[in-house]
Design a protein around this ligand. Structure first.
Ligand code: NOJ
Length: 711
């Protein structure tokens, strides 16, 4: 008998259920409900895993209780939301998505895993793979954006980064792909609300990123705590047993979301904790995170015949297998037993700065206001986000300390030592007072340039942070308009966890940078871009709406029967706004200027098993070296079901010296043109497929061609 069989054979029912029970520590609170006594539960074998605890001493102390003082000595699994960094905080996920760079996505996850393991953590609840088309939803900040192809790349890169080559290594942590699925589609963007999406949309949009994570051997999956089309995901056996464990081939652990099993009572699908526990377990949820429903309900569920010991054993086996895969049985103290090599901290800081500056998106730059001229000697830095270290950390700061962050003000001061830089916030982020405005305007009047640092507080996005108004909170608009009225050059930084609808600002400001929440190196990163030390490369992973009324908005929509035509009445638009976004998916300016030409796609006719070779020339027409990002889109103009106007299939980056021209290439297997047919199975259809290469999803500037699929 192997270790797991032997253990299972010697466990009491209470100990088995204990392995399925995850309890929260009080070090940080990430959800509702009461905290439970850890020590007795661990000694008694009634707790198999913990969340929200880190620190070598802290984790070792509880691990010792499990290993040395519980009857069977099964080690604990220590989980934490290590989302965008652990001690070193990287840009929030939506900002990181702007990099369109899987190698860097992997590196930041690797660094986070190394730091988290140094603190005794063995499991993270990341990557979050919820495709998000609705910026009212606060958790868009944690998402890879609106595109499923990008989400798939993110899934693979983050899983590789967190888990490393070998999950048993002392610097690897188990990753949890979450939240299965369609959480980003909550009604009206309202947190925790129900979602209703078609089977096709599930298969084409929301499930592929999870399939990509499973393909990368992700260790765990977390179902969303919402319901989709009336079925609470925590009890969705069709998806968890059928699709996930069946079709997708997942063999890891399913961990419920926080308190989600007990919340089945609120969903109205269980009448008590006993039923809730049985429903979740039968649907495939192995670990009950914090609701205590398994502990309170499973034994009784067995008596009532609502579940079976075989189902309990199967889940316990999977949990023990994960602990084994993590090497916890061989050495429960392995994580954190070696100290980080010298120089690691500096390397991580460099990585954080690189990720942060690459996450910045230059949204507009009228009259080339940026980069700032080196001649400038006096700058007014205004606004409530200018000197706000803590806000820079974003929604999941893990063990990151605000005092280690560099504010925008500090970053500019250190980059421009010969420049006089004065600062007054003017207003608070969300307060009603305008008492500070006269002082701010006074400074602006004396400055050559104003850097206006506006946006949300970090806590205004993330979990339980949906908003109906995506404007600037508090009196920031009043401040901005008064500053703009002075007629000075104004450069705006927008710190936020989502696109903000500010058409008036984009019309008037000389330059606007989306600076999201960039993590510890925020200030240096912003200064790098503002001064031109770094030529911006960030691109939007979401369509940026003009108005809340356009939401949900995304580039890969299906064609309308009466497509939008400006000025034509019976077409798909609004009376009071064009339907197009303020900035399209993929938008992001550079200090260089790139032009595309010479698209070629070969061969002209293809059959299954072939690949399309696509190439396009890109020319840096500016006098500044820069990096272009090129997007490869396809469109199937006539098919048995309506196909999106555009679908992303690849990206390429090209680093170009001033005046340089290069050719970029892709090889696209024909199978990637398959889609979900009327029978809800993937199919390939014969016919013409358009190929478009562009610098964003805006068709203007595309170079285009077509191939013919012959079956
Ligand atoms: C609830 C969130 O939905 C989930 O993403 C997170 O991992 C857990 N809380 C644990 O903090």
């Amino acid at each position: 008998m192997g270790r797991i069989d032997t253990l299972l054979a010697s466990m009491t029912l209470e100990e088995k259920i204990g392995q399925l029970n995850m309890v929260a520590s009080s070090r940080v609170i990430t959800g509702p409900g009461e905290l439970r006594d850890l020590e007795d539960g661990i000694r008694g074998g009634r707790i198999g895993s913990l969340l929200n605890l880190w620190g070598l001493e802290e984790t070792r102390a509880v691990q010792r209780l499990a290993v040395e003082e519980s009857r069977l000595g099964v080690p604990l699994l220590m989980g934490l939301d290590v989302i965008h960094g652990h001690r070193t905080i990287f840009p929030v996920c939506l900002a990181e998505a702007c990099l369109f760079a899987p190698d860097l996505w992997e590196k930041t996850a690797r660094a986070a895993a190394e730091e988290a393991t140094e603190d005794g953590v063995a499991l993270t609840f990341a990557p979050m793979l919820d495709v998000a088309r609705d910026p009212r939803w606060g958790r868009i900040i944690e998402s890879p954006g609106e595109d499923p192809w990008v989400a798939c790349q993110m899934a693979a890169a983050k899983t590789r980064g967190f888990q490393g080559q070998d999950l048993a290594a002392q610097d690897s942590i188990a990753a949890t792909a979450k939240h299965l699925c369609a959480y980003g589609a909550v009604t009206a963007g309202r947190e925790y609300a129900s979602a209703d999406v078609s089977e096709r949309t599930l298969r084409e949009l929301y499930l592929p990123p999870f399939a990509a994570a499973v393909h990368a051997r992700v260790a765990a999956i977390m179902p969303a705590f919402i319901d989709v089309a009336g079925v609470a995901m925590t009890v969705n056996g069709n998806l968890m047993q059928g699709w996930l464990r069946g079709a997708a081939g997942f063999d890891g652990v399913v961990i419920s979301d926080y308190n989600a099993v007990a919340e089945l009572l609120h969903h109205g699908v269980a009448s008590d904790l006993v039923e809730a526990a049985a429903l979740a377990l039968n649907a495939g949820v192995d670990i009950d995170m914090t609701s205590n429903a398994y502990v309170q309900g499973l034994a009784e569920a067995l008596k009532r015949g609502l579940t079976t010991i075989a189902a309990i054993d199967a889940s316990v086996r999977r949990v023990l297998a994960l602990k084994e895969r993590l090497g916890l049985f061989d050495d429960p103290y392995r994580r954190g037993s070696a100290s980080a090599p010298a120089g690691r901290a500096a390397e991580r800081q460099t990585l954080a700065r690189e990720a942060a500056r690459r996450a910045i998106v230059l949204l507009s730059n009228r009259g080339q206001a940026l980069p700032l001229s080196p001649e400038i000697r006096r700058i007014a830095v205004i606004g409530p986000l200018a000197d706000a270290r803590g806000e820079m950390l974003g929604s999941w700061a893990s063990a990151g300390r605000p005092e280690d962050a560099v504010s925008i003000l500090e970053g500019l001061r250190s980059a421009l030592p010969n420049c006089r830089i004065d600062h007054v916030p003017g207003v608070d982020i969300a307060g009603e007072s305008t008492d500070g405005m006269p002082a701010a305007l006074g400074l602006c009047a004396e400055a050559e340039v104003v850097v206006l640092c506006l946006g949300e507080a970090a806590a205004m996005s993330g979990e339980a942070a949906s908003r109906v108004d995506l404007g600037l909170p508090g009196r920031q608009r009043a401040l901005a308009e008064a500053v703009l009225d002075l007629g000075k050059p104004v450069v705006v930084t927008l710190s936020s966890g989502r696109p903000l609808t500010l058409p008036w600002l984009f019309e008037r400001a000389d330059a606007v940078l989306a600076t999201w929440f960039l993590g510890h190196e925020a200030g240096h990163a912003v200064a790098d871009v503002v001064t031109g030390a770094f030529n911006p490369t960030g691109r939007l992973p979401v369509s940026w709406p003009r108005h809340v009324g356009q939401i949900p908005i995304f580039y890969n929509e299906l064609p309308a029967g009466r497509p939008y035509a400006p000025g034509v009445h019976y077409t798909s638009t609004y009376l009071d706004s064009p339907p197009t976004p303020q900035f399209p998916f993929g938008h992001g300016l550079s200090y260089s200027r790139f032009a595309l030409s010479d698209l070629s796609c070969e061969p002209a006719r293809l059959k299954p098993g072939d690949s399309i070779d696509v190439s396009a020339a890109v020319h840096n027409e500016a006098g500044v070296d820069g990096e272009a990002t090129l997007f490869l889109f396809v469109r199937d103009p006539v098919a048995s079901v309506a196909r999106p106007l555009l679908e992303l299939k690849g990206i390429q980056k090209a680093v170009l010296k001033a005046g340089e021209r290069k050719t970029v290439t892709w090889r696209l297997p024909v199978e990637e043109l398959a889609f979900v047919g009327q029978g809800l199975e993937p199919i390939l259809e014969p016919g013409r497929v358009e190929i478009h290469v562009g610098q964003s999803a805006d068709p203007e500037g595309f170079v285009s061609g077509a191939v013919e699929l012959v079956l």
